[in-house]
Design a protein around this ligand. Structure first.
Ligand code: NAD
Ligand code: DAU
Length: 354
């Protein structure tokens, strides 16, 4: 019988990249449960919409009756849990949805997965996995000379988003420790690539540079993030799902720390090169704006455990990945137009006007 992966949040940025990759590389079926919030977009999955190994269900991970029915009917061999509210700035303006989805929603999913797992027969029970997709932000902020975050770094989340993800990580840990649910947790650094909603730094800067709009850099632009191409993240998740040790957490990163300002410079130069430069260099559009409250200064990931134990390493270099990403946004004007209408414009106006 064909195996099924139950994906939550598969219409979002990373989830949709994961589904496209899985169906291209693997024979298992995918069930995608997504609420289609502002960040969910079925267009991302146009390429596989009519693939008979793929099924989409519109719904909330917090709807326990729905989740129960899907688990019972589709009998997945794994749950890969992406669904979340994911934007730090939105969590600062209004944390409610972050608690509802990231904490309560993960709890609901865990409860239903536990009930399902406990009723499985011997063989499917041995194979079942619950993979929770999390973030490096749970570890807090690093000083310039600190070593990168490892799996043993104590949690110190600083934003409501990070705190909600930390809470969900703790719940997942507890469900393994207490109930024996076969969980895996991945904590990854900043992703970039196709299908990322343009509220996040890289797509926002590409599109503003294209349109010659101001490029809003928070604070002094010296904050550091570790960047990983989204396909590499998806490959790492697939690797952990296939071979990760049950109950373990794995840090995933690109060994690629960059200051925000350097990222924006690079994007400006690439857009100048690709679109041509009639007039001033796009770097001149950079505008320093009020800092994000509680803005974490530096993230860096020690991804040596996943390399040592499972043999995963990123394939894409930042130079090739960022060029592909800039090209993708410039070449996919219809996708961009659709996601940047309506509520997106409202967010940009409210957030950046202050
Ligand atoms: P995203 O915001 O692009 O997508 C989230 C998806 O979840 C959307 O399709 C949305 O509709 C769906 N969703 C939200 N609430 C839901 C609910 N209650 N029920 C069902 N579906 C719901 O997020 P992303 O950037 O793709 O991130 C995916 C996961 O990876 C998140 O858990 C995030 O914390 C984690 N993560 C993201 C990054 C990053 O750089 N983007 C890095 C590390 C970890
Ligand atoms: O580290 C992993 C996390 O990366 C994920 O868990 C989150 O879901 C994801 O959104 C991302 O969080 P960040 O806050 O790091 O990403 P963002 O793209 O919002 O911001 C990246 C950096 O750029 C951060 O230091 C803030 C800065 N920034 C962001 C925006 C949107 C700006 O300077 N200007 C901006 O307009």
């Amino acid at each position: 019988m064909q195996e099924t992966v139950f994906v939550t949040g598969g219409a979002g940025f990373i989830g949709s990249n994961f589904i496209l990759r899985q169906l291209a590389q693997n024979s298992s079926s995918i069930l995608n449960l997504d609420k289609l919030t502002y960040a969910g977009n079925l267009r991302n999955l146009d390429a596989i919409a009519s693939d008979n190994r793929y099924e989409f269900v519109h719904g909330d991970i917090g709807d326990r009756a729905l989740v129960r029915r899907l688990l019972q009917d589709r009998t997945p061999h794994a749950v890969v849990h992406f669904a979340a509210e994911s934007h730090v700035d939105r969590s600062i303006r209004g944390p409610d949805d972050f608690i509802r989805t990231n904490v309560d929603g993960t709890f609901a999913l865990l409860e239903e997965a536990r009930a399902y797992y406990e009723n499985l027969r011997e063989q499917p029970r041995q194979n079942f996995r619950f993979l929770h997709v999390s973030t490096d932000e749970v570890y807090g902020s690093l000083a310039p000379a600190d070593p990168p975050f490892s799996e043993r770094t104590p949690y110190a989340p600083n934003s409501p988003y990070a705190a909600s993800k930390a809470a969900s990580d703790h719940l997942v840990r507890a469900y393994h420790h207490t109930y024996g649910l076969p969980t895996l947790t991945t904590n990854c650094s900043n992703n970039y690539g196709p299908f990322q909603f343009p509220e996040k730094l890289i797509p926002l800067m590409i599109l503003n540079a294209r349109d010659r709009k101001p490029l809003p850099v928070y604070g002094d632009g010296q904050n550091v993030r570790d960047w990983l191409y989204v396909e590499d993240h998806c490959a790492a998740i697939a690797t952990v799902l296939a071979r990760g040790r049950v109950g373990e957490t794995y840090n995933i990163g690109g060994w690629n720390e960059k200051r925000n300002l350097d990222i924006v410079y690079l994007i400006c130069d690439l857009v100048d090169e690709i679109e041509g430069r009639s007039g001033a260099a796009r770097r001149e559009l950079i505008t320093f704006v009020k800092d994000r409250p509680g803005h974490d200064r530096r993230y860096a990931m020690d991804a040596s455990k996943i390399e040592r134990e499972l043999g995963w390493r990123p394939r894409e270099t930042f130079e090739t990945g960022i060029r592909k990403t800039v090209l993708w946004y410039l070449e996919n004007a219809a996708w961009v137009k659709e996601v940047t209408s309506g509520s997106y414009r409202q967010w940009i106006e409210t957030h950046y006007s202050s």
